[in-house]
Write a protein that binds this ligand. Sequence first.
Ligand code: BES
Ligand code: ZN
Length: 457
Amino acid sequence: MPDLDAYLEQHSGRFESELCDLLRIASISADSAHRGDVRRAAQWVADQFRALKLDVELAETAGNPIVLATSAPVPGAPTVLVYGHYDVQPPDPLDQWTSPPFEPTVRGGNLYARGATDDKGQMFTHIKAAEAWIRTAGRLPVQLKFVIEGEEEVGSQNLEPFIAANTERLACDCVVISDNSQFAAGLPAITYGLRGIAYYELRLAGPKQDLHSGTFGGGVANPANALCAMLSALVNERGQVQIPGFYDDVEPLTAREREAFGRLPFDEAEFMRKLEVAALAGEEGFTTLERRWARPTFDISGLTSGYQGEGAKTVLPARATAKFSFRLVPRQDPKKISAALEQRLRALCPPGITLELIDFHGAPGIVVPLDSPYVAAAQRAIEAGFGRVPVFMREGGSIPVVAAFHDLLGVDTLLLGWGLDDDNTHSPNEKFCLADFHRGIKASAHLWHELSQIKKS
Ligand code: BES
Ligand code: ZN
C-alpha cells in the first residue's frame, strides 16, 4: 500500500474546510424553495470528482440530479459502487440550533451543521479516500463507481428507475454506503440490516369551514377528534400495530440473533439518560434493540389542525391532517401495507368526515449476508481506520436504495456507518465527530486496498 496515512494526516485540515464548504449549501430536498441549493450541491460534488479526473456526469432525473463518477477499470479486481446523498433534511425548528444549521461550526471536536453526518460528511470520507489513492499511488486499486443522489431524504423515488435503466453502466461486485452509525462512540460496526418504511399523509375534512365549537360542537363531527381516534386505533396498548395482515410477512427473530443483540454493550439506563426520558416504550415482548432494529413500528411525524396561535380559541376545525410512517422489516411489502392501511382507515372513519390518504413513499427492509469476502475486507479496513474490530448490528433507519441495488444489480451492500446515535440527525444541532470523519477516511482508504485483494476472474 502507498503511504496513504501520511497523505491523510497532511491534508486533514483541508478535508475539513472542504466539507464545511459543502455544508454551507442548504440542499434541502423536501423544500422546493431550495431547488437552486440542491443543484449547487450536486455541482459541488461533481467538481470534486472532476478534480480527481474521474469520468463525471450529472444525470438529470424528474427530480434532483444524480452525480455519477467512475474511475478507471482495474482488471482482476472488484468494481465497487459507492452510494451517498448530498440532500439534507429541513433544519427546523431553527430556534433550537446553537449555531445556524448552514454555518458549520466546530465545538468540542464535533462539527455542527445540517448534513454534517447525514450524509455529506460520511459520503465525503469516500471521496477523500479516493483522492488519497489518486494523489499518492496515481490510481485506485479497485474501480469505483460513485452514485451520489439528491433525493434520499424524500424517498429516492427517481433513483430506482435510473438504476433500472442503467444496470450495465452501474454493474459492480459490491456496494459501499456510509449513511448510518457505529454501535457507540469508540465501537465501530458493520450494519447488516435496515428497516424499510411506508410513509403517508392522512387528510380529514369535516364541515365546509371552521365553526364555533360552542354553537356546533356536539352536533358536527370534529376532524381533529376523528384524527386522534383513528390514529390511536392503529396501535394497541401492547405496542402492536392494529391493521389486519400487518404482521403476516414478518419473520420471527431467531434465538441466535436475539442472543447476539443481547451480547452487545447496550446500556438502557444510559440511553434513557441521554434522551432525557423516564421510561422506554414499544412493542411488548421485545428488548429495546429488538424493537428499534428488527420489529415494525408506527410513528406519527406531524399533526396539524385547528388553532395553533397564542392563547385559547374555541373553534371546531374543518380539517385535520397527520403525517406518519410505519418502519418495516424484511419481507413486509410497502404496497401491501398501503392497501391494508387504506381499508382500515376507511373502516375507522366516522360519518360526517371524508378522508384522503396520500402514499408518499415506501421501501422494503433488508438484511445482508455476513459470510462474504467483502464483509471480511470491511472488517479489516475498519480495524485499520478505527483501531478496533467492528461489531455486527442492525439499524432502524431506512436507505431505500439498498433493496434496489440487490434486486436490480444483484449485489449486496456494505453498510459502514461512521456516525453516532447521538449525532442529532433530522433534528437540531446535527453533528459529526471530526475524529470519526478522519477515521472514516482512513478506513475507506484501507477498504479500497482490502477489496482489491479479492480476486475476480
Ligand atoms: N441516514 C439515514 C438512514 C439511517 C438512519 C440509517 C439511521 C441507519 C440509521 C437516511 O438519510 C434517512 O434518514 N433515511 C430516511 C429514508 C426515508 C426518507 C425513505 C429515513 O430512514 O427516515
Ligand atoms: Zn442519510
